[in-house]
Write a protein that binds this ligand. Structure first.
Ligand SMILES: Cc1ncc(COP(=O)(O)O)c(C=O)c1O
Length: 306
């Protein structure tokens, strides 16, 4: 394993060497995709300490994803939060992307997981801007995917279920192989849903618009933007919109723990607004980055210090 990775991984209650964190090839989740995961970030703050962003909330979503998936996770929120903090401390990570993954181990084969063990692993490693530093700064190029987000009775949209991401992977590969940075997926009725791992916002005439929660993941970064918009008197509508409305938006941006606040400068080869990150996007981005670096006391409750 590459030396750029940290020393330890948490697996089933223990910290073990990164290279030893392996599973059997008959691991049930590998075959059928039933497992759930989270994406969390820890940042080094202005005061020199490390804080995990919305830690309890992310762990609660992991527990909820398990509940939706019908998996009995044998750990409490506190036990998982403590494990994450221990992992960061023992690996001396002052800044990290954190990936808890709850999966079904090997035992019986076949669709029904029966009594196969429920396992939990947590990895953490340094990870820069998900869509690139340039993307954060200048904006990315996106494509409306030819893949549709699956219908809400097939795809449990409120859960980060591993198998859900096959749809995202197909869309991402298609878009990037055509020279775009990210794919935007429409729902089964043709309205904007979300990116492959991000929520979407558009700005028109000074107002924000984002799809309602009907067919999307309830993103925490989306929630942060809703709160920041309210606190800054920017009006927000949670309403469906179409791809052509997006083409004539003044600004578009994506939100996600990994992607943070990433401006979109072009969609389907059409310039968005001026083709540069707009004023509202930049203001929200700057406010968000100040908060996660511990520079804004008003939102101190979003941060959980090690
Ligand atoms: C499909 C999807 N939508 C939206 C998001 C954004 O969610 P969050 O802001 O909680 O990271 C993610 C990332 O977790 C995602 O995978």
């Amino acid at each position: 394993m590459s030396s750029e990775y940290p020393e330890l991984i948490w697996l089933d209650g223990k910290l073990i060497p990164w290279a030893d964190a392996n599973v059997h090839v008959l691991t049930h989740s590998l075959h059928y995709g039933l497992g759930v995961f989270e994406g969390i970030r820890a940042y080094k703050c202005e005061n020199g300490k490390t804080a995990v962003l919305l830690l309890k909330e992310h762990v609660e979503r992991l527990i909820n994803s398990c509940h939706i998936a019908g998996i009995n996770l044998p750990y409490s929120n506190k036990e998982i939060c403590d494990a994450i903090k221990l992992l960061l401390t023992e690996n001396s990570l002052d800044e990290a992307y954190i990936r808890p993954l709850d999966f079904i181990g090997d035992g019986t084969m076949g669709i029904h997981p029966k009594e196969n063990p429920i396992r939990l692993t947590i990895a953490a490693w340094p990870w820069g801007a998900y869509l690139g530093d340039d993307g954060l700064d200048k904006g990315i190029k996106a494509k409306i995917s030819s893949y549709t987000r699956m219908g809400v009775n097939s795809f449990m949209t409120k859960a980060k279920i591993c198998g859900n991401y096959v749809n995202s992977i197909q869309a991402k590969i298609e878009a990037t192989s055509m020279g775009f940075d990210e794919a935007l997926l429409l729902d089964s009725e043709g309205y904007l849903a979300e990116g492959t791992g991000e929520n979407i916002f558009m700005v028109r005439d000074g107002k924000l618009k984002t799809p309602p929660l009907t067919s999307i993941l309830e993103g925490f970064t989306r929630n942060c933007i809703l709160r920041l918009a309210k606190d800054n008197n920017i009006s927000v509508e949670q309403q469906r919109f179409t791809r052509d409305e997006l083409y004539i938006a003044d600004e578009v941006f994506l939100t996600g723990t990994a992607a943070e606040i990433t401006p979109v400068r072009e969609i389907d080869l059409r310039k968005i607004g001026t083709g540069k990150p707009g004023k509202i996007t930049k203001k929200l981005q700057e406010t968000y980055f100040n908060i996660i670096r511990g520079k804004n006391e008003k939102y101190a409750e979003w941060l959980d210090y090690l």
